[in-house]
Design a protein around this ligand. Structure first.
Ligand code: FES
Ligand SMILES: [Fe+2]
Length: 466
């Protein structure tokens, strides 16, 4: 590790992570820490502002808001543009929600000034009553916000000197591009307010260590595998050490059904149907579980690709891609967006802070649809409570821990979380990058460190160079 004294500026960051496996609890509720994130972190990072499907036609726009900053993202004749959402007269917020500005532009409700999708002012009511120099065309343009696109999404950054988006995302883009991430379409979109700090909500999805206790129903297959290979198996395996290959495959299909129903998005209904069909047709199952598993998944992957081709969906070679660019179970896109690939579809998550101890948590289920199929334009849902019974089972299990954890962090004598450096390293990695922003390290170094954190689930601790 690089010596701490090389970056004395980091010493000015309150509650910073000095011991990489220990995360000080104040980072999850202290008002000063939250204020610093708002001032030195969020305005300098690339924030996933919308899915491009939300604005399919020229003139379509959508509002993105985070920590009181609102931005309009609009599709124009020459690409996606973004503007800070304030009237150039007396500052009224111009656009709310989503719409199309082709016919009427963006019109201020207060005195009726108007702008087109290029951000140029097209109307000032009673122009002659203003000083001409206060109405200079360049000066009353909407203020541009940096915007870049990747993976079917628009990302905004309030910092004109920040390195380009792709410089901050590392290899995650290669892994996801090879799975045609940018061509996935929304199946559903959920949104919930969680009674926790935004970082706590993210961290619930950064390691598999919680699966045994939080999602026992998903634990079955991994436990069966561990038993077979003699690894350190927990106490409540669903299969005995003499489980047959048939029993293993029964559980593998059951696991897919649970993921499809409980998680949506990660696995599509047609992938489950294909798995069930293969399971029913396989009569010549090898005795060795590893061989049985190889035969089953090999056929499943080939048939998913064939089904996509036959139904006019985007497709890729799942077997070859798994060999050449294997994905991580959670692909983290710094700082607050992540994706869970599985076969051809995936689910994706975005977390935004609301207050020190609340956040907005969204989930999109994404799948490939036939290229000529008209899909509905996704519309942001009204956020529900974290314990809404309509939520899919698995995120609900994750959510159920979070209010308890947020509460526990305030307990007297609890000073820091203690992390496994082997599989909970990702939590420390991105938290230390936040410290780099709060300490004002140079943007290139921060971009490199950010891209390192886009490493995925169960990552170990990394040396970030500061
Ligand atoms: S504040 Fe917008 S036109 Fe006056
Ligand atoms: Fe989970």
């Amino acid at each position: 590790m690089v010596a701490e004294q090389d970056f004395p500026v980091l010493d000015t960051v309150p509650f910073r992570v000095t011991e990489p496996t220990r995360i000080p609890v104040q980072r999850y509720y202290d008002p000063e820490f939250f204020r610093l994130e708002n001032e030195r972190f969020w305005p300098h990072v690339w924030q996933m502002a919308c899915r491009l499907e939300e604005i399919p036609e020229v003139g379509d726009w959508v509002e993105y808001e985070n920590l009181g900053q609102s931005v309009i993202v609009v599709r124009t004749n020459d690409g996606i543009k973004a503007y800070h959402n304030a009237c150039r007269h007396r500052g009224v917020k111009l656009a709310n929600g989503a719409g199309n500005c082709t016919a009427r532009g963006f019109s201020c409700p207060f005195h009726g000034w108007r702008w087109n999708m290029e951000g140029e002012n097209t109307f000032v009511f009673g122009r002659q009553i203003f000083r001409e120099e206060d109405l200079a065309a360049d000066d009353i343009k909407l203020v541009k916000c940096r915007v870049e696109t990747w993976g079917g999404c628009a990302f905004v950054n309030f910092d004109d000197n920040a390195p380009p988006l792709l410089d901050t995302l590392g290899d995650a883009t290669t892994r996801l591009d090879s799975r045609r991430k940018g061509e996935l379409k929304v199946d559903w979109w959920y949104s919930a307010v969680l009674p926790t700090n935004w970082k706590l909500a993210m961290e619930a999805f950064m390691e598999s260590y919680h699966v045994m206790a939080t999602h026992p129903q998903l634990h079955a297959v991994t436990t069966a595998e561990r038993r077979q290979y003699g690894a350190d198996a927990p106490d409540r395996p669903p299969l005995g050490p003499t489980a047959s290959s048939r029993e293993y495959l029964d559980i593998a299909v059951e696991h897919m059904v649970k993921l499809q129903e409980g998680m949506g998005g990660m696995i599509t209904p047609w992938e489950v149907e294909i798995a069930k069909k293969i399971h029913a047709e396989m009569d010549d199952i090898p005795d060795d579980i590893q061989a049985a598993s190889g035969a089953f998944y090999g056929r499943l992957w080939r048939e998913i690709e064939a089904h996509a081709k036959a139904t006019g969906r985007p497709s890729f070679d799942l077997i070859e891609t798994a060999k050449t660019v294997p994905f991580k179970a959670v692909e983290y896109i710094f700082p607050n967006y992540f994706l869970l690939p599985m076969y051809s579809g995936m689910s994706s998550y975005r977390v935004r802070p609301l207050t020190e101890e609340t956040c907005l948590f969204e989930i999109w289920s994404l799948a490939f649809y036939p290229e000529d199929e008209e899909r509905p334009i996704p519309v942001a849902p009204t956020p529900t409570s974290h314990d809404d019974p309509g939520y899919p089972e698995i995120p609900k299990q994750d959510y159920s821990n979070l209010p308890l954890q947020q509460k526990g962090l305030h307990a007297k004598g609890f000073e820091y979380m203690r992390l496994s450096p082997q599989i909970e390293g990702m939590i420390s990695n991105y938290q230390r990058v936040i410290d780099g922003f709060l300490g004002g390290l140079d943007p290139e170094r921060l971009a490199r460190a950010s891209s390192q954190t886009c490493s995925g689930f169960d990552a170990p601790l990394f040396d970030l160079g500061f």
